[in-house]
Design a protein around this ligand. Structure first.
Ligand code: NAP
Length: 279
């Protein structure tokens, strides 16, 4: 019997995870299946789906919106990344144990450093947003050696609070939080990451052009939307390079696959297949 894995979310039909994990399994010769589970909108839907998947012998789940917080709550053990993110995007089942991980930020760092060739050690990074994607990126960016991390959010208090909460966990990485409006012309960065959901509504966070002027890369976590308003603003401000989050998606999947199966798949072919040109 092949080992069973799945992605759970609501809605879920748009998920690329079955395609990605199917290609990884084929390329690495793993005997496994990977399905989609719609956890539904009813209260308790996630817990019921989780219980029935485990009873049926399921080995691991990817978790997407809106269940990432519930996935962490259901876990018996959680990684530091998942705990600081306050959310899990991958679960692994071993007897009574439910282990939780959050690979989103690890996938982001891997994409920036490995696929896009920008080492993060010593860099000044502007991270826009203060939601789940920002939380998940903090620890991996700090581990990669980022020197200074500025969190800027539409609702300033959320970024200020998150910076205060995260600071004791980020080692030598200096973290500050504030509003988008607090960014001044003297704030320059080597990397600007859009971890807001603004691109999903065709908007861009209000960032001064000067923030991009000395940046080697502007990175929008959204994927498959082409040149988003944020990436266009970065180009107009003469940012050296722009990228979307497709590599983050594929790399976080590869991390989960390696965690489950003990073999890390090569991501190049899958990334090429999912990449939408930035035009
Ligand atoms: P979230 O928890 O809902 O947070 C949304 C954030 O976006 C908040 O900080 C919010 O600011 C801000 N925001 C929303 N609309 C805005 C606008 N028009 N202008 C400025 N700021 C705005 O969402 P999330 O889970 O962090 O996800 C954020 C993005 O990351 C999504 O687009 C998601 O698709 C993407 N993502 C990609 C990957 C990947 O693998 N590539 C993985 C995870 C997430 P307020 O606090 O002021 O409301």
């Amino acid at each position: 019997m092949p080992d069973r894995y799945a992605v759970i979310g609501h809605p879920i039909a748009h998920s690329k995870s079955p395609l990605i994990h199917g290609l990884f399994a084929q390329a690495t010769g793993q005997d496994m299946t990977y399905d989609m589970i719609d956890g539904g909108a009813e209260p308790g839907g996630f817990d019921r789906a989780l219980a029935s998947f485990r009873t049926a012998g399921g080995r691991g789940l990817n978790v997407t919106l809106p269940f990432k917080l519930q996935a962490l709550a259901a876990a018996t053990q959680a990684s530091d990344d998942a705990r600081l993110a306050g959310a899990a995007n991958a679960l692994r089942f071993d007897g009574e144990r439910i282990e939780a991980q959050n690979f989103d930020g690890i996938g982001l760092v891997r994409d920036i450093e490995h696929n896009l060739g920008l080492p993060l050690a010593g860099k000044r990074v502007l991270l826009l947003g203060a939601g789940g994607a920002t939380r998940g990126a903090l620890l991996p960016l700090a581990r990669a050696g980022v020197a200074r991390l500025v969190l800027a959010n539409r609702t300033a208090a959320k970024a200020t609070g998150l910076a205060r909460e995260a600071a004791p966990h980020l080692g030598g990485c200096v973290v500050e939080g504030g509003g988008l409006a607090d960014l001044t012309a003297s704030d320059t960065f080597e990397l600007v990451i859009n971890a807001t959901s603004s691109s999903l509504s065709g908007e861009a966070p209000a960032v001064p052009a000067s923030a991009f002027a000395s940046a080697a890369l502007a990175y929008d976590m959204v994927y498959g939307k082409g040149l988003t308003p944020f990436l266009k603003a970065a180009q107009a401000a003469r940012c050296a390079r722009v990228a979307d989050g497709v590599g983050m998606l594929v790399e976080q999947a590869a991390e989960a696959f390696a965690w489950w199966r003990g073999v890390r798949p090569d991501t190049r072919d899958v990334l090429a297949r999912l990449t939408v040109p930035l035009v």
